[in-house]
Design a protein around this ligand. Structure first.
Ligand SMILES: [Fe+2]
Ligand SMILES: [Fe+2]
Length: 322
């Protein structure tokens, strides 16, 4: 007995237990999802009964429809992507979380579709840039790119749009409907936060390079697509700079949470290997360039010129790729 004393294992992290604990947390996303399921038909019907049939103010109608179109097709893509993740992820617990997400995204899609039907307005077509981005996430064979593209990039942008649109209180049914979406989407980010670190920490050098290239391309498309939407956001009283800051803050939080998910014996940095954080490096400077802190009118002439040319290119590409 004295030979095995002191019992070091009492203070040592049990590697198997820690790994188990992480998987349990992933499985919990499924159970929380099940507890928080809302009946989309009931919620929408109750809101319409409370506020009357939804009608958009004429001056803001086109802008609101353009943004709702992005959300509608984004939800459909999220549905297909999460179903694909559910099939391709090996760990049962993460598979359960992705399956729960697919169920949520199906509800998000049909409720938004039914809301648009209740509005009685034709839904504008999706811009070509948004279309390209969603297709690239749908089609990438890489599980890591799919998770980064959907759970981190698209979900954080969607969360910022949901918040901006709900705060704009353009229409009461929509304003009360969107918080239901937000709660679900926040949980979806959790799958990326908890599952990506184990995939990122195993990436080879070439794997890191291709993940970085994928993110640069996706962020480039997101920023360019954003330029075609700024006028619509402003028209609804949503400040595009504030929205971009909100997105960056969310992605920064995600990076911090992921650092805490590093496996036993791993360096925390490995958990976010290859992941770009727009709150760091050139990120804040790019944000200030796209959204000058003191307003575009006060920016130097060269700055306004470059941004105007980029915006013209964005509108051209958005049409050409549609
Ligand atoms: Fe969704
Ligand atoms: Fe989602």
């Amino acid at each position: 007995m004295t030979k095995s004393w002191p019992p070091y294992e009492l203070v040592e992290d049990n590697l198997a237990d820690r790994a188990r604990h992480k998987l349990d947390k992933l499985e919990r996303l499924y159970h929380i999802g099940q507890n928080n399921i809302w009946d989309g038909r009931q919620v929408l019907n109750d809101l319409i009964a409370k506020h009357g049939p939804p009608r958009l103010p004429p001056a803001q109608k086109q802008s609101a429809l353009k943004i709702l179109s992005v959300l509608l097709w984004g939800e459909l893509a999220a549905w297909a992507i999460s179903a694909d993740l559910a099939e391709r992820i090996d760990d049962v617990e993460a598979k359960m979380a992705a399956t729960s997400q697919a169920h949520d995204e199906a509800r998000h899609f049909y409720v938004l579709r039914d809301y648009l039907r209740a509005l009685g307005e034709p839904v504008p077509r999706l811009g070509g840039l948004g279309r390209r981005l969603l297709i690239s996430i749908l089609e990438t064979p890489s599980l890591v790119e799919k998770l980064i593209g959907m759970q981190l990039l698209t979900e954080s942008n969607a969360l910022a749009i949901f918040r901006g649109l709900a705060d704009s209180r353009i229409e009461p049914v929509l304003a009360e409907l969107l918080p239901y979406y937000e709660k679900d989407e926040a949980r979806h980010v959790g799958l990326g936060v908890m599952y990506l670190p184990r995939l990122l920490s195993q990436l080879s050098t070439t794997g890191v390079a291709s993940v970085v290239a994928f993110q640069l391309r996706s962020i480039g498309i997101l920023m360019t697509a954003g330029l075609t939407m700024h006028q619509h956001f402003r028209n609804l009283g949503i400040d595009p700079r504030k929205m971009a800051q909100h997105t960056v803050r969310l992605q920064d939080e995600v990076t911090h949470d992921m650092l805490g998910e590093a496996g036993a014996g791993e360096k925390p940095r490995d958990a976010v290997r290859g992941l770009l954080n727009p709150a760091k490096g050139f990120g804040p400077r790019i944000l200030d360039f796209l959204h000058p802190p003191t307003g575009l009118a006060n920016a130097p002439a060269w700055h306004r010129g470059v941004l105007a040319a980029w915006t013209r290119g964005a509108f051209w590409a958005d049409r050409a790729l549609a």
